[in-house]
Design a protein around this ligand. Structure first.
Ligand code: FES
Length: 104
């Protein structure tokens, strides 16, 4: 299901934007590598990923530093926490000044 998420102008380069869409907490992230949508729940302790450190295709959680690949949700640095599941990511695209997210 394609959902109109936010105006493109609400998400400048290098920033993230937290949204609640259909009971899901979604974090949109724009980097020089592209536009990404990830469930705003850290795989470690379910904290928000907002205000994490953004670098190219990764986002590091501000709480304990777990680093997530924004392209597929895999963990690129797990900080030694065992058995973490990947983060959920969603297909996202942009047209006519709007950002759209595909939700299941
Ligand atoms: S809550 Fe994100 S790394 Fe711990």
């Amino acid at each position: 299901m394609r959902i109109e998420a936010a105006p493109s102008s609400d998400l400048p380069l290098g920033q993230s934007l937290s949204l609640k869409i259909k009971d899901l907490d979604i974090l949109l992230v724009r980097t020089e590598a592209g536009l990404f949508a990830i469930e705003d729940t850290c795989p470690h302790a379910s904290q928000s990923l907002a205000q994490g450190r953004i670098e190219s295709t990764t986002l590091a959680c501000k709480h304990h530093g777990v680093q997530i690949d924004l392209r597929d949700g895999s963990l690129t640095r797990d900080m030694g926490f065992l058995y973490l599941e990947p983060a959920k990511v969603f297909s996202v695209n942009e047209s006519d000044g709007m950002i759209f997210v595909d939700l299941p």
